[in-house]
Write a protein that binds this ligand. Structure first.
Ligand SMILES: Nc1nc2c(ncn2[C@@H]2O[C@H](COP(=O)(O)OP(=O)(O)OP(=O)(O)O)[C@@H](O)[C@H]2O)c(=O)[nH]1
Length: 541
């Protein structure tokens, strides 16, 4: 083969490899959709067929990682079939891990170079449709959202909207109430909803109109949320995460505390059939440990148990700050209303009287989990950047530290601080200072892995938690970020300017008996060294 022919062959191969990504998507979507419905033989068949197709494409286009993941999904599906088509917590867990791996799998191109990240991100999941009256603003938002790993498609007019819906349903639609003409956004959504098989999640927006009548009209045609004023990417992400599809990406986790094995098995079976993971504890005194280990979204308690009653356990759970917001539901044969009310007062949220119909149990759990996840997502985020806030990133470090210790994995912590930031504020004003902070936040989101955690620790100070990275690897990643950040231009009052940051890296040694937060202190000391050595650099502790 001549050079030119080889070149063409390589390009063709790269072009067709992208089909593997499309198949991967389809399979991940099948899985995520199943979490909102009940698991049926049809769902199982769809997933199996999708895995089969992915395996064939991946084999043909030599995408080994995708091929391996598809083969494993097929194996799990065989196990499900031999279990009379039933899902168990173990199969849900394995399938979910495989889907997560799939989202992170990189396409190996013929030139042996991985695809650029943005490309992976763009093809990762369903798009968000943006129908705003101000088209320039919509384009800008789409670019910003791409930084956060969300693909957004701008719709220009009614015909464009109909065409887009004809091709693909979106993750959600962000609709300006005055899209194209006054009040027309409401009319178009009503049309879309009347044609759609399932309700389309819609977030309405208005820069200046939000009176009760408009809000009422929006609610009547299925508006999930109403945004007002200036529309920014973090606000859109927050509303998607908290209201539209709360926790959609991960199966819910329920801890069942019941001394009766038969009852807890029945509860687990019902919940597993709705793609909800469960863990059962028969001895309530072990429940606190399981709460830490399993990290459930919700707890189901029996009321009468020998070692410790349900209400006593509810009180114990509520006395731990970290479990304060976990919904607790009793499931008991107790019919005396006074006793039920008393039990609820001990810190629980709901009471289901046995026998509980499976669809009632599933709906109750789903609603409570969705609400709790939504509230939690709001509580743990910093409003300016959408990153995790100070308290939550500390909590995440403690959890990651514990996981790294248990699994003997590496873990690094980074403290990062923008250099001479006071000068930026003083020279260019606070709003531009905010823009610099947000841009760095977006850069971090865009460049780091999905499994990495990013927090805004203080004003212009950030904390990164990098699992599976040693100090040297973490420093290399942060140096690359620094290089990119230095090259970002900001338009100031007297022309363009750029910024740098300093960072301190600490490789955690989870085997050493040291509190997790000590590693932040160590990273902070390294940051201090970086500042005193002249800033604009990364120092390893
Ligand atoms: N625009 C903006 N400024 C903030 C925010 N939070 C804190 N700041 C400002 O960030 C500046 C931080 O300044 P310093 O701690 O003195 O540090 P510095 O100027 O960055 O200097 P070095 O860290 O030593 O390089 C202060 O002026 C704060 O008012 C915020 O949310 N937005």
């Amino acid at each position: 083969m001549t050079h030119a022919q080889q070149d063409v062959a390589t390009r063709l191969k790269n072009h067709f490899s992208v089909r593997v990504i499309n198949e991967a998507h389809y399979m991940a979507e099948c899985w995520h959709d199943s979490q909102r419905a009940t698991w049926t033989p049809d769902t199982a068949r769809n997933l199996q067929q999708a895995a089969g197709r992915l395996q064939r494409y991946a084999e043909r286009y030599e995408q080994r990682e995708h091929q391996e993941i598809a083969a494993q999904v097929l194996q799990v599906m065989q196990q499900v079939a031999s279990d009379q088509g039933r899902l168990t917590t173990a199969t849900i867990e394995v399938l979910d891990l495989l889907m997560q791996r799939l989202c992170e799998a990189r396409l190996q191109l013929a030139s042996d170079q991985a695809m650029p990240d943005a490309e992976q991100v763009r093809t990762r999941s369903k798009p968000l449709y943006l129908a705003l009256d101000d088209r320039g603003q919509a384009e800008l938002l789409a670019t910003q959202l791409a930084f956060y790993g969300m693909q957004a498609q701008v719709l220009h007019d009614a015909a464009g909207l109909r065409e887009a819906f004809g091709k693909r349903y979106p993750l959600a639609l962000i609709m300006d109430v005055d899209f194209v003409a006054e009040g027309q956004g409401l009319v178009l959504v009503a049309e879309v909803q009347s044609r759609a098989e399932a309700r389309v999640p819609v977030v309405f927006f208005s820069s200046d109109r939000a009176d009760a009548m408009i809000r009422l009209a929006a609610v009547r045609i299925g508006g999930e949320a109403f945004l007002q004023g200036e529309l920014e990417a973090p606000a859109i992400l927050e509303v998607i995460e908290t209201t539209v599809v709360p926790g959609m990406r991960e199966p819910s986790r329920v801890l069942v505390v019941d001394d009766s094995r038969a009852q807890s098995m029945l509860t687990a079976r019902v919940l597993n059939s709705a793609v909800i993971m469960t863990r059962t504890v028969h001895n309530p005194t072990l429940a606190l440990r399981e709460l830490d280990e399993f990290n459930p979204d919700l707890v189901i308690l029996d009321m009468y148990m020998p070692e410790c009653s349900g209400p006593e356990l509810a009180r114990m759970i509520r006395q731990c700050d970290r479990f304060d917001s976990i919904p607790i539901i009793y499931q008991s044969a107790e019919e005396d209303l006074d006793k039920q009310l008393w039990a609820m007062q001990q810190g629980a949220d709901d009471f289901l009287t046995k026998p509980v119909r499976p669809n009632v149990l599933i709906a109750t759990v789903r609603n409570r989990v969705a609400r709790a996840r939504g509230l939690k997502a709001r509580m743990v985020r910093d409003s300016l950047t959408g990153l995790y806030n100070h308290t939550h990133i500390q909590q995440l470090l403690e959890e990651s530290h514990e996981r790294a210790r248990r699994l003997s994995r590496r873990l690094s912590v980074v403290m990062l601080d923008i250099d001479h930031f006071k000068q930026v504020n003083d020279t260019h004003g606070h709003p531009l200072g905010d823009r610099v902070i947000k841009s760095l936040a977006m850069l971090l989101k865009q460049r780091l892995r999905k499994s990495d955690m990013i927090g805004r620790y203080g004003g212009e100070e950030f904390v990164l938690i990098l699992p599976d990275a040693d100090g040297i690897q973490a420093a290399a990643v942060v140096n690359e970020l620094l290089e990119r950040f230095r090259h970002m231009d900001f338009q100031g009052v007297s022309g363009a300017f750029s910024c740098s940051f300093s960072a301190g890296v600490a490789e955690c040694r989870p085997d050493q008996d040291q509190p997790a937060l000590d590693w932040i202190t160590l990273a902070d000391q390294a940051l201090y060294s970086a500042k005193s050595r002249g800033r604009n650099q990364v120092v390893i502790a």
